[in-house]
Every structure is written in structure tokens, then in C-alpha cells.
Design a protein around this ligand. Structure first.
Ligand code: PEP
Length: 231
């Protein structure tokens, strides 16, 4: 069964979250996950859908202003967390080390994890894609191994929010490479929308998608879930 996760980024407060969740009816045959901002997590959990946070800290508690811990998310009924999204790496200083620490803490508290990896355009064009993916994936692998609760999201940074998607062949090759390093489900992320989902999701080694922009609209996210369910 494919996993389709919607990363809402910094969109949708509790009211909009309740409206989306009330209207969202995932089809049979797909696992749908919604990832709202922290303040909207209680409203989302109440809806009964599967809910992940967009980040999680490695400590259980402590002097870490602005952070949220794995036990706090678990207490709320949140099922998992995204870690290491490229926006966290780019704007908020997340590193392979902190991503690994977040992953360890989340899994230890029974949360599932979507750990994001991916190369920049410059890295791809200079022939460093495999090196970058190897370093990022091995940081997580060394910390937790092939854990049942772990999923990797391959998100080429140049394809996130740009409308530019990896070709099916680029996705297939990158997923095969990631799986050769760590044998866990691998989601593709980067401008996935209903128009390109079938082609990407039907590639070997593509176990689902992490979706940003197209996950904000209940109709397009439902359409994506339907496409994945029908494959
Ligand atoms: C993301 O935020 O993980 C993402 C892939 O965004 P988009 O689908 O908008 O490219």
C-alpha cells in the first residue's frame, strides 16, 4: 500500500484544519497522512485521520525554546513526525546529526518517522548526488538502522515548491540508490500533483509521496490518494 503524506508547512490554523479534515475522505487502499503545523495538531488528531508533526526535538523536555518533544506529540495522539525537511536544513540549521537525533527520539517514543534527504541542483549538476544521499541516509541508518517505523523521503531540493519534478527515471534511480543503502520504504517528494502522480508513483521503488503544495487543497490531495490507491 502506498503512503501519501501531505506536508502543510506553515499553512492552516486550527479552523482551516478542522474544515479540511472534515471534508477529507481517504479512499481504501492507500495510507493517507496529514502533517499540519504544531498548533493545529490537536484539531487534526480529533478528526481521526493519521497525523504527523513536521518536526520533533531529540530531548524529552528541557530548555529548548520553541521546540516540541516526542513524548508531547505522543501524548496528543500524533502518530509520527517528518524530520530533516530541506526547509528545516536550509533555514533552521538542521544537520545530518540533528536529523539523526530527532529520528532516534521519535522512534524511541513510538512515533513513526519520515526522514527527508535530497540533493540541491548544484550538487546534482556537479555529479555529487550519490555522495550527498549516501551521507544523509547513512546518518539516519547509523542511528536507527532498518527500523519498522522509519520511512525515507527522497526530495530533490530543486523540485520542492518549484513546479519542476524529477523525471520518472531520475526518481527511479535515486530511489534504487537510497534503498541500496537502507532498505525501508522511500517516498518521492517534489512538486507532486494529480497530473504527474501516476507516472511517478508507478516507478519501481517509489513507495508513496510527500506532497507540499498539492496537499493544501482537499480535492487535489484526495485525487492524489485515489491515484495511489488505484495503482
Ligand atoms: C514538500 O514540502 O515536502 C514538498 C515536496 O513540496 P511541494 O510538493 O510543494 O514541492
Amino acid at each position: 500500500m502506498k503512503l501519501i503524506a501531505g506536508n502543510w508547512k506553515m499553512f492552516k490554523g486550527p479552523e482551516e484544519t478542522r474544515a479540511f479534515c472534515g471534508a477529507f475522505e481517504p479512499p481504501e487502499g492507500v495510507e493517507a497522512v496529514l502533517c499540519p503545523p504544531f498548533v493545529s495538531l490537536p484539531a487534526a488528531v480529533e478528526s481521526g485521520h493519521t497525523i504527523f508533526a513536521q518536526n520533533v526535538h531529540w530531548a524529552d523536555d528541557g530548555a529548548f525554546t520553541g521546540e516540541v518533544s516526542a513524548p508531547m506529540l505522543a501524548e496528543l495522539g500524533v502518530a509520527g513526525a517528518i524530520v530533516g525537511h530541506s526547509e528545516r536544513r536550509q533555514y533552521f540549521g538542521d544537520t545530518d546529526e540533528t536529523v539523526a537525533r530527532r529520528t532516534v527520539a521519535a522512534l524511541a517514543h513510538g512515533l513513526r518517522v519520515i526522514a527527508c534527504v535530497g540533493e540541491s541542483l548544484e550538487e546534482r549538476e556537479s555529479g555529487q548526488m550519490e555522495l550527498v544521499l549516501r551521507v544523509q541516509v547513512e546518518a539516519v541508518k547509523d542511528a536507527v538502522g532498518e527500523h519498522d517505523g522509519l520511512v525515507i523521503a527522497y526530495e530533490p531540493v530543486w523540485a520542492i515548491g518549484t513546479g519542476q519534478t524529477a523525471t520518472p527515471q531520475q526518481a527511479r534511480e535515486a530511489h534504487a540508490f537510497v534503498k541500496s543503502l537502507l532498505d525501508v520504504p522511500v517516498l518521492y517528494g517534489g512538486s507532486v500533483k494529480p497530473e504527474n502522480a501516476e507516472e511517478l508513483l508507478s516507478q519501481e521503488g517509489v513507495d508513496g509521496a510527500l506532497v507540499g503544495g498539492a496537499a493544501l487543497d482537499v480535492e487535489s490531495f484526495t485525487a492524489l490518494c485515489r491515484i495511489a490507491a488505484d495503482l
